[in-house]
Design a protein around this ligand. Structure first.
Ligand code: MD3
Ligand code: FE
Length: 211
């Protein structure tokens, strides 16, 4: 489902054992060192979402190879299988999300894992710390959320609200890559009972374009 040019929602794309496999991996990655942390913003605030990084560590606002604003340890490696999943999702999303070279050429090397407990949200922002034009691929697990998708021009309206559910993939490329977006709310308790996750996890796979 192409929500906007270059923004393709793939409901239920994670099939069979993949949600449980991704959740188990997230639980292992969340452990220290370089595990789940609270992100502090330069203005003295903190994000309500807790986060961990693989491959490159994201902090407000840049990338490093160590947890520069946390325990100072090296970031965990980006797993090749997650890059393979992301390239498969890009291929399934169709040609609007990629340019020359196609999905197989995308050098995915970052995953950011966001954990939303009750009441956590993410304000409208653009993801502009990467130095690559590659699309971003998002995988959702657990509780449903309202995902708000705006324009590249402004934080405000117009926007579209889309519900993201456990097992959904979403690919953001082309003209959508620099669009404002956020998560105004989750729906606590809405996730599949069988998964055994309280809250919501979102995994975004990206290419840094850095050395
Ligand atoms: C559109 N995460 O990690 S996923 C983020 O659900 C982030 O945790 C949200 O925004 C979440 O930066 C939304 C969908 C998403 C992710 C990255 C994007 C949409 C995007 C990058 C560019 C454009
Ligand atoms: Fe984002």
């Amino acid at each position: 489902v192409e929500v906007m040019p270059g923004a393709v929602h793939l409901p239920g794309w994670l099939r069979d054992g993949r949600p449980a496999e991704l959740l188990a991996a997230c639980r292992a990655w969340a452990l220290p060192p370089a595990g789940l942390r609270t992100v502090r913003t330069p203005g003295g605030g903190q994000m309500s979402v807790r986060q961990l990084s693989l491959g490159w560590h994201w902090y407000p606002y840049g990338y490093a190879r160590t947890v520069v604003d946390g325990d100072g340890t090296p970031v965990k490696p980006f797993p090749a299988w997650l890059g393979d999943w992301a390239r498969q999702a890009v291929a399934d999303a169709g040609p609007s999300v990629t340019d020359a070279g196609g999905p197989s050429a995308i050098p995915f090397d970052i995953a950011l894992v966001n954990f939303y407990g009750t009441g956590a949200r993410m304000g409208m922002h653009r993801d502009s710390d990467e130095r690559s034009p590659a699309p971003v691929v998002s995988f959702s697990l657990g509780d449903t959320c309202v995902f708000r998708f705006g324009t590249p021009r402004s934080r405000g309206r117009p926007w579209q609200d889309v519900e993201l559910r456990s097992g959904d993939a979403f690919v953001f490329g082309g003209p959508s890559r620099l669009a404002y977006h956020g998560v105004p709310r989750t729906r606590p308790g809405s996730g599949p009972a069988g998964l055994g996750l309280r809250g919501r996890l979102n995994v975004t796979v990206r290419a840094a374009g850095l050395d």
